[in-house]
Design a protein around this ligand. Structure first.
Ligand code: GLV
Ligand code: MN
Ligand code: MN
Length: 295
């Protein structure tokens, strides 16, 4: 950030900023990842933001590396000061652009998501001496619930159990307590409500679907005429800013290897990233020059 001519600061939430001048436009993404995650999810948007700042030496702007995007509550939810516009570059993390043969896509919105846990209680018992019909096995109940979660996701909704905590967690003990994570996503607030109800869990964390809007979206469309437009199934810091009323745009770079992400096979090509860099730079330049109160 310093080499790109930015002044570096960190806020209370641990978000890292590089600023130049009276910055109205913010760009960037997150640096945290998931266990065994890929190299591009989040990090690419931070590096791209710094590169754009380096190319736009005369433009007041800010670049951010948000904290804790993957785990929530996101660092982006604790921004002390909202920008006038936000632009995030990110890999698609899905197969759409690869199937279309297109390097870049414009995001029009992000689907809603909710997360929480459900705990199943049983009775710890000896694995060798407790008759099968006398067991209260919390993991067997949790296993039925995992299938129920999967079956609850219909009509574009998604529901995932990605983590189990099994207590006491020993080979020769009938499980006493199992905590199951739930990640539920749906395209509308109503369908997200219905999914949560069908699964039967209390969200500890929820973000409703949001639309990209205003000068950032208009600038992306002007810079990339005819580019495919996509709704993101993955969550992003951009959705937090959009929900807070900040005009927000997102640029997707094609994900290769079938669009796989949250795993080490995540890949985007240098050629596509180079095109995305040019588009991001031009978009930020246009948004900075626009009257961000209107389009
Ligand atoms: C972020 O990667 C998400 O879970 O959507
Ligand atoms: Mn991610
Ligand atoms: Mn991400």
């Amino acid at each position: 950030m310093r080499e790109a001519g930015l002044e570096v600061a960190r806020d209370e939430a641990g978000n890292l900023f590089g600023r130049r001048g009276d910055a109205r436009v913010l760009t960037g993404s997150h640096l945290d990842s998931v266990p065994n995650g890929g190299r591009f999810d989040g990090a690419l948007g931070v590096v791209a933001g710094i590169e754009a700042a380096d190319r736009l030496r005369e433009t007041p702007l800010a670049v951010v590396a948000f904290r804790a995007e993957e785990t929530g509550p996101m660092g982006s939810r604790r921004l002390e000061e909202l920008p006038e516009a936000f632009v995030e570059l990110h890999i698609e993390q899905g197969p759409v652009l690869e199937r279309l043969g297109e390097p870049l896509g414009i995001v029009t919105g992000v689907i809603g998501q909710a997360r929480g846990t459900v705990t199943f209680e049983g009775q710890a018992a000896h694995a060798g001496t407790t008759p099968m019909e006398e067991r209260a096995d919390a993991l067997v109940e949790a296993a039925r619930f995992v299938l129920h979660v999967r079956e609850s996701a219909r009509d574009g909704a998604r529901a995932t159990v990605g983590a189990l905590e099994i207590e006491p967690g020993a080979t020769n003990v009938v499980p006493e307590r199992v905590t199951v994570s739930v990640d539920a996503r749906a395209p509308t607030a109503e369908s997200l409500d219905a999914l949560i109800e069908s699964i039967g869990f209390e969200p500890t964390w929820r973000l409703d679907p949001v639309a990209m809007s205003g000068p950032p979206l208009a600038a992306l469309r002007a810079v990339l005429p005819g580019a495919p437009e996509l709704v993101s199934g993955a969550g992003h810091d951009a959705m937090v800013l959009a929900a807070a009323g900040v005009p927000t745009g997102m640029l997707f770079v094609r994900s290769l290897n079938g669009g796989v992400s949250h795993c080490p096979d995540e890949l985007s090509s240098a050629e596509d990233i180079s095109l995305a860099m040019d588009a991001l730079t031009e978009t930020i330049a246009r948004v900075s020059e626009s009257d961000t109160a209107g389009v």
